[in-house]
Design a protein around this ligand. Structure first.
Ligand code: NOJ
Length: 469
């Protein structure tokens, strides 16, 4: 009998309280506060759900749903206002200790993410993720967290969605820190994030694993992708590039070779030659003198939201940029419903296909689905039947992946417990199982219908899998 996945749990905890109690500013604080940025209606993440003051309300929601796990993200600059361990914010430390203690006392296992898009501004001022020094600085922050919380936290994510930090933050400039250096900065940022991750994993392995017994990984976001025309070799090749430049970019170094996918490297090199780019590859190489990447994930952490059908890109070949290197365009199949935000075509069976692909490509790893969800925009619908249907479908696809495809799924985290600040979309996009009224200072949390149903789905699913598998 295989172990059932503890299908349950939820989200990032959005504490914000951006400058309360000695918290240092992060790049998202700066991004929101600077005029002319692209955040919806000029909104900011200053308070959001105010979990910093209302944590006990969050805990009540977690218990109401009967979650067995809860994924939360630490704010680096709340713990270390300048990003370095010389100055520790004791109030921030006390806050996270309370959160973790309360979870453990409630029989809810915390999965803790060290970095979720919000670099301390002080480190950005020194070059941020583009600077090679950041890898060692991240490692010392990670060690500080392992040391402070690792006696109780057994599931760690070093970095959340490095692809998004690299591409949206440093290629498109639509996420903090708002850098627009197409075809250059994203590769460097992704590289330094991987170097930082590797160092942190090795630190855990050498210094903490024996006494703490936890697992460490990196959360990789990826669409499922398949050729627009399955009979077309061009569409098939474009699909391979599409996956290599998203999933493969971060998973290949960890699970397959210790380096980027060959097709990613060769595509970038071909494009560089065409553009007469002289100064060596734009995709950096890993140094043999540094901790190796291969094997630095104790499980596969996957953030899955949507799928695409893929054909060769329409981007003009003379343009320097990641899209032009990738030369692949994803389109939404007309039969897929789009929910809320325009990028989110709802394709539950895409998750099953992606899980099978991960099993086959990355040597059958243990998998946690660390994020997945369904959004609402426009007038609030508390009776959100579509989202209820979505959670039924997605959990069923996971059950199939587990039973029929033999994927080693260990857990599922719905995104998210609460409506919260959806980055550049501000508060206009709602992913919560609980509605949050952002217009009131008390930020009341009220379960959507989908929240109530989710509680039922996961409890039924837990007992079913124990019996059937
Ligand atoms: C992934 C990110 O980790 C999360 O912060 C975001 O809100 C969701 N995607 C939905 O866009």
């Amino acid at each position: 009998m295989r172990r059932a996945p503890y299908s349950s749990a939820s989200t990032l905890m959005f504490d914000r309280g951006w400058n309360v109690d000695d918290k240092g500013p992060s790049i998202w604080d700066t991004f929101c506060h600077e005029g002319g940025r692209l955040v919806f209606e000029g909104q900011s993440g200053d308070v959001t759900c105010n979990s910093y003051e209302l944590w006990e309300e969050d805990l009540r929601c977690i218990r109401q749903l009967g979650l067995t796990h809860y994924r939360l993200s630490l704010s680096w600059s709340r713990l270390l206002p300048e990003g370095i361990t010389r100055h520790v914010n004791q109030k921030g430390l006390r806050y996270y200790n309370k959160v973790i203690n309360d979870l453990v006392a409630s029989d809810v296992l915390p999965m803790v993410t060290l970095y979720h898009f919000d670099l301390p501004q002080a480190l950005q001022d020194q070059g941020g993720w583009k600077s090679p020094e950041i890898a060692a600085i991240f490692d010392s922050y990670a060690r500080f967290c392992f040391e402070s919380f690792g006696d109780r936290v057994k599931l760690w994510i070093t970095l959340n969605e490095p692809y998004v930090c690299a591409k949206l933050g440093h290629e498109d400039g639509i996420f903090a820190p708002g850098v627009k250096e197409p075809g250059m900065a994203a590769y460097l940022v992704g590289h330094n994030m991987l170097r930082g991750h590797a160092r942190a994993w090795h630190s855990y392995n050498v210094l903490y694993r024996a006494k703490q017994g936890g697992s460490v990984s990196l959360a990789i976001n990826s669409d499922w992708a398949e050729p627009l025309d399955p009979a077309s070799p061009d569409d098939t090749a474009a699909t391979e590039r599409y996956l290599a430049f998203t999933l493969g970019w971060f998973a290949w170094p960890l699970f397959v070779t210790g380096d980027y996918p060959e097709v990613m490297r060769s595509s970038i090199e071909v494009r560089s030659k065409e553009l007469g780019y002289q100064e060596g590859s734009r995709l950096p190489r890993f140094s043999k003198d540094e901790p190796s990447l291969l094997g630095t994930a104790d499980f596969f952490a996957l953030n899955y939201y949507t799928s695409r059908r893929v054909k060769p890109g329409e981007c003009c070949p003379g343009v320097l940029g990641l899209k032009s290197d990738q030369d692949a365009e994803g389109v939404v199949d007309p039969s897929w419903p789009v929910c809320g935000v325009s990028w989110l075509a709802v394709v539950p069976d895409g998750l099953r296909k992606l899980l099978k692909y991960i099993k086959d490509t990355f040597n059958n790893p243990a998998v946690y689905i660390t994020e997945n969800g369904f959004s609402q925009v426009g007038p609030v619908d508390m009776e959100d039947v579509q989202r209820c249907g979505f959670y039924h479908d997605i959990i069923q696809e996971i059950a199939r992946a587990l039973r029929e495809d033999g994927v080693d799924v260990r857990g599922y985290f719905a995104w998210s417990l609460l409506d919260n600040f959806e980055w550049a979309d501000g508060f206009s996009v709602r992913f919560g199982l609980f509605h949050v009224d952002f217009s009131r200072p008390e930020r009341p949390r009220t379960a959507y219908r989908s929240g109530r149903e989710y509680a039922g789905i996961i409890s039924k699913y837990r007992s079913q899998t124990m019996v059937n598998i």
